[in-house]
Design a protein around this ligand. Structure first.
Ligand SMILES: Nc1ncnc2c1ncn2[C@@H]1O[C@H](COP(=O)(O)OP(=O)(O)OP(=O)(O)O)[C@@H](O)[C@H]1O
Ligand SMILES: [Mg+2]
Length: 268
């Protein structure tokens, strides 16, 4: 998995979709998606409910495989290698490309074991205490939990639980972290902490974040993709990519009228 793809401005592309169509049964949820995700940057997905943001995110780590009616046409490339090729192991894909969900979902285990569990399954043979500390530090949670590592992960506050889930994602040493509305269940202070964390994490990781919060997209991301839904003659609702650009351009000088309307709160 090592073909380099470099764009005009020199940034390396880690994930690329080419002519991607995604179906659930006969329903075309996402149509003709061409999108490059740059390495060590934060890319935000925005758009109205049902436009396919979570669907696309799940495509990047083959989480849609678990949905029986799911079908993809076109390509999802990771360093130029098709993630849906028959020789690709989806478990390895999910190790390299981790996911943090909307609702914090720690395992009903101790704080320490929340981190150790995935690492052990993935064959980690190093010093577990070190890995736990390092992951919790990177997730900006260490100071708050270092004296209670044996307490249940579920005993933490929502914001702490979400940072624990981020620590758990980091512990298996992924390259990309996908985040689907990671702050929508958090209070404003926890949200800010997670946003600061995202800012720090992009030094080491590539991040793709779905958010309904325009200010958050503007604050945390380098690039923003705006998706919308198109109603077809037969009443279907197909998601598509309207505009993808530097975040500053999307928010200050969007090229498409639909983007202007969306970011100014006129629909969605
Ligand atoms: N498992 C599934 N089976 C069938 N249809 C699905 C499934 N998951 C999503 N869909 C449909 O695909 C479309 C895109 O859904 P998706 O969840 O990706 O949207 P979204 O942009 O993440 O929306 P939201 O902002 O509400 O989270 C919707 O019409 C949805 O009903
Ligand atoms: Mg969603």
């Amino acid at each position: 998995m090592a073909n380099k793809i470099t764009t005009e401005n020199g940034t390396e592309t880690v994930l690329r979709t080419e002519n991607l169509n995604i179906y659930y049964g006969k329903f075309l949820a996402l149509q003709n998606i061409w999108l490059d995700i740059p390495k060590n940057q934060v890319t935000a997905f925005i758009g109205p409910s049902g436009c396919g943001k979570s669907t696309l995110l799940r495509c990047y780590n083959r989480l849609n495989d678990l949905i029986e009616s799911f079908r993809a046409e076109g390509q999802v490339l990771y360093y130029g290698k098709n993630l849906y090729a028959p020789d690709i192991d989806p478990v390895e894909v999910r190790r390299r490309i981790g996911m943090v969900f909307q609702r914090p979902n720690p395992f009903p285990k101790s704080i320490k074991d929340n981190i150790a569990f995935g690492a052990k399954i993935n064959g980690y043979r190093g010093n577990m205490d070190e890995l736990v500390e390092q992951s919790l530090r990177q997730a900006a949670l260490w100071d708050e939990v270092k004296d209670k590592l044996n307490q249940s992960g579920l005993s933490l506050s929502g914001g702490q639980q979400q940072r624990l889930c981020i620590a758990r994602a980091i512990a298996v040493q992924p390259e990309i972290i996908l985040m689907d509305e990671p702050c929508s269940a958090l209070d404003p202070i926890s949200t800010l902490r997670v946003e600061e964390l995202i800012h720090e994490l992009k030094e080491k990781y590539t991040i793709v974040i779905v958010t309904h919060n325009m200010q958050q997209a503007a604050r945390v991301s380098d690039k923003t993709a705006f998706f919308n839904v198109r109603t077809t003659e037969t009443g279907g609702r197909n998601g598509y990519l309207v505009e993808y650009d530097a975040t500053a351009t999307i928010f200050n000088d969007p090229q498409q009228q639909d983007t202007k309307d969306y970011i100014s709160g006129r629909f969605g």
